[in-house]
Design a binder for this molecule. Sequence first.
Ligand SMILES: [Zn+2]
Length: 129
Amino acid sequence: MTHETVSAHGRLHHRFWGEYSARVVLQFADAASAADALATLVRTGPGWGTAEGVEAAGKYLVFTGASDALEAFKAAAATWIEPVPCNSFGCRNARHRIDGLEHSVDYGAPFTITVPVVPAGQLGLEVAR
Ligand SMILES: [Zn+2]
């Protein structure tokens, strides 16, 4: 059975020291879902890869990139991303940006992402490693 989309919980971590970069971690239900999503995410631009060194690493994907790569990802994934409604600090169901600085200089708003799965027939030889 194939899925048309796979979903994950995500969080962006700002890294302001030195030259700015962002790290985005996505947690999928299982490694197969993460692999399906990776085949799509690598098409949005550079920076996506598998996680290493964490428990159950196969369930996670990690993006690391500077501002331009982050902006490219955000533009490509704009319709896939749904910020978790915020009710903290007096917010009433606010939808903060995934790289928003409303409540933290370290982390953006938690979000869910629903990634379309590339049909196997379209992957050809460019399957993600
Ligand atoms: Zn808020």
